[in-house]
Design a protein around this ligand. Sequence first.
Ligand code: AP5
Length: 215
Amino acid sequence: MMIILLGPPGTGKGTQAAAIASRYGIPHVSTGDVFRQNLRQKTPLGLKAGAFMDRGELVPDSLVLELAESRLKEPDCQKGFLLDGFPRTAPQAEALDAMLAAAGKKIDHVLFLTADDSVIVKRLSGRRVCGSCGTSWHLDFNPPPPSGRCPCGGEVIQRADDLAEAVEVRLKVYRSLTGPLAAYYEKRGLLRRVPGDASPAEVEARIKTALETPP
Ligand code: AP5
């Protein structure tokens, strides 16, 4: 199964991606996670991407496409994958189509997670992550260890792009560059809208229904 998980920041894409990937036995490919991992390791890619990410802006398409192309060629992606946070612009979506067509493949489903801005802001402002392994919590819904340390030993921190100013930029960028992709996939009959404003278990059940019910 080749699935794209689309939606504004904070709608629960990362949270749901883990469940979907495990249910269908496909790899979870998150461009944001790969950039953050590179940033923690201070690689040239991570350092280039980090400046854009911290401000809430998109990383340039050229960097994203290089990363996506090499990741999708890896053996674990040959029978299926779940893309989380990619594509995010029209050129990225077109390049993905071309990459897949060259390999005789195509996307099966595009899940579009939705939530009101008030829900999004609450989720992002309360998110805390491990600065070392990237594990994510939420101050109200899934609190981090009181010690302020992840079980891996890393420090629990707030992502720079979860600060109010960057969240505002991310929402604007989403509306102008990524939101229009919903229409791009809807025209092909691939889009499944899933309201993300419920408990993680309820959203997971909605996603299962969306994937397993013919359009
Ligand atoms: P990326 O990592 O992709 O971030 P995002 O799309 O902004 O999404 P988030 O990770 O913020 O939110 P999410 O929807 O995954 O929600 P989550 O499950 O974590 O990208 C980050 C940056 O990298 C971009 O801004 C850009 O700079 C760069 N980038 C990445 N890909 C790129 C690309 N293709 N092109 C260009 N640039 C790119 O949940 C959020 C919080 O809510 C958590 O605390 C969670 O515990 C909680 N939560 C989740 N679900 C629920 C629920 N149902 N109820 C209550 N709480 C919930």
